[in-house]
Design a binder for this molecule. Structure first.
Ligand SMILES: *Cc1c(COP(=O)(O)O)cnc(C)c1O
Length: 351
C-alpha cells in the first residue's frame, strides 16, 4: 500500500444528518410545506419535456431569468448552482488562494470554515457578542489590518436567527477591500436583503437557496447574485453542467408564480411567529430555564438549561431539533408540531 490520503483530508468524515424515524422533524430548517397540487402539475409537465439524452443548459438561462424576474433584478447578475453549498465551495476555491485569510463570525453556518479549510486558507473566526450581534466596526478594522481576502456570513444567521440591518451590512461592504459573500439563505423570511443592490458594489456576492423558503431542498438549487465581472468569474470556474435539467425545470416553475411563492413564505412566517410567541410565553413562566434569541428566519434559537437532557427528552417524544451545546435551534413546523415541541419543553421543566 503506497497511496496515502493527504494530511488535510485524512481525518475527515462524511456529513451525517440526524437519522432515524422521528414523528416531528424540526432540525434542518426545511419548509413544512409540500408543493401545491397546481405546482406539482406544472412540474410534471415541465419535467416530461426534458430531453434526458442531452446535457442541460450550462447557463440555466431560463431558470436564471425566472429567478431574476421574481426578485426584480437583472438576470446578467445571476449564476445557478447545485445548492448554495456548491456555490460556497466554488467561490471559496476560486476566489481564494492558499494561505489567504477568510473572516467568519461565530456562531454561524459551519460550512464556511470547512470550505476555507479545504481551500487551504486561514479562517479568522470573530466571536459575536453575548447577544449574538456582529461588531461591524471591529470587523471593518480587522479586515483592513489583517488583509482579509473574503468575509462570509449568513444574514439572517443560521443558527442564531438574528438579522443585521441592510445599512450596517452596506457599511461593512463599502468599508473593506475584501470580497463579501453574503449568504441570504433565509432572507425570504426577513426584509433586509441587498439583492437589488449588487451592482453598486464590486466586492459583493449574495447567495440564495431554494432549500428553505421555496421548499425545494430535494432538488439542490441555489443562486449567486453579483455584478457582471464577479458573475462572469463564477460562471467561468463552476463546472459546466452543475445544475441538472430536472432542477432547472422545477426551479423555473417555482419562480413563475410570484403570488404562490409569497403565499408559502407568509404561511411559514406565521408558523415561525406562532412558535416564537409560544416560546416567549413559556419563557415568561420559566425565565431561568430558557432564553430566546432571534426569530428572523424560519426557526428560533434559544439557550436552555440542561440542554442535553432536554434534547433527549424531545427525541424520546419523537421530536428532533438541532442542539449546539447549551442552545437549541428549532425549525417552525405545522401548527400541531409547534405546539407539541413547546408542550414537550414545558413538560421537561415541570418534571
Ligand atoms: C441551508 C443553508 C444553506 C444550504 O443551502 P443549499 O442550497 O441547500 O445548499 C446555505 N447557507 C445557510 C446559512 C443555510 O442554512
Amino acid at each position: 500500500m503506497s497511496f496515502q490520503l493527504n494530511q488535510k483530508i485524512k481525518g475527515l468524515t462524511p456529513y451525517e444528518p440526524i437519522s432515524g424515524n422521528y414523528r416531528i422533524r424540526l432540525d434542518a430548517n426545511e419548509s413544512f410545506l409540500a408543493p401545491t397540487e397546481e405546482l406539482m402539475k406544472e412540474i410534471n409537465e415541465a419535467v416530461s419535456g426534458v430531453r434526458f439524452n442531452r446535457y442541460p443548459d450550462p447557463c440555466a438561462s431560463e431558470l436564471c431569468n425566472a429567478f431574476a424576474g421574481y426578485y426584480g433584478i437583472d438576470s446578467r447578475f445571476v449564476t445557478a448552482g447545485n445548492g448554495s453549498d456548491e456555490l460556497i465551495s466554488v467561490i471559496t476555491n476560486a476566489f481564494l488562494q492558499k494561505g489567504d485569510k477568510v473572516m467568519c463570525f461565530t456562531p454561524d453556518f459551519s460550512m464556511y470554515k470547512f470550505y476555507a479549510y479545504i481551500s487551504e486558507c486561514e479562517c479568522i473566526e470573530v466571536p459575536k457578542s453575548e447577544s449574538f450581534e456582529i461588531d461591524i466596526d471591529g470587523a471593518i478594522q480587522r479586515a483592513k489590518k489583517e488583509n482579509i481576502r473574503m468575509i462570509i456570513f449568513s444574514n439572517p444567521c443560521n443558527p442564531t436567527s438574528k438579522v443585521v440591518c441592510s445599512s450596517e451590512v452596506e457599511r461593512l461592504i463599502s468599508s473593506v477591500d475584501s470580497l463579501v459573500v453574503l449568504d441570504e439563505a433565509y432572507m425570504d423570511f426577513s426584509d433586509q436583503s441587498l439583492i437589488t443592490s449588487v451592482d453598486k458594489y464590486d466586492n459583493l456576492i449574495i447567495l440564495r437557496t431554494c432549500s428553505k423558503a421555496a421548499g425545494m431542498a430535494a432538488i439542490r438549487l441555489g443562486f449567486a447574485v453579483a455584478n457582471e465581472i464577479l458573475t462572469s468569474a463564477i460562471s467561468s470556474v463552476k463546472s459546466p453542467y452543475n445544475v441538472n435539467s430536472l432542477s432547472q425545470e422545477i426551479g423555473r416553475c417555482l419562480f413563475s408564480d410570484p403570488q404562490r411563492f409569497r403565499y408559502s413564505v407568509e404561511r411559514i412566517n406565521s408558523s415561525r411567529d406562532m412558535l416564537a410567541d409560544e416560546f416567549n410565553a413559556l419563557c415568561k413562566k420559566i425565565p431561568d430555564k430558557i432564553k430566546i434569541f432571534g426569530c428572523a428566519a424560519n426557526f428560533v434559537y434559544m439557550r436552555v438549561e440542561s440542554a442535553e437532557e432536554l434534547y433527549k427528552h424531545l427525541l424520546d417524544n419523537g421530536i428532533v431539533v438541532r442542539r449546539f451545546g447549551d442552545y437549541l435551534r428549532i425549525t417552525a413546523g405545522r401548527n400541531h408540531e409547534n405546539s407539541e415541541v413547546v408542550q414537550a419543553v414545558a413538560e421537561f421543566y415541570s418534571m
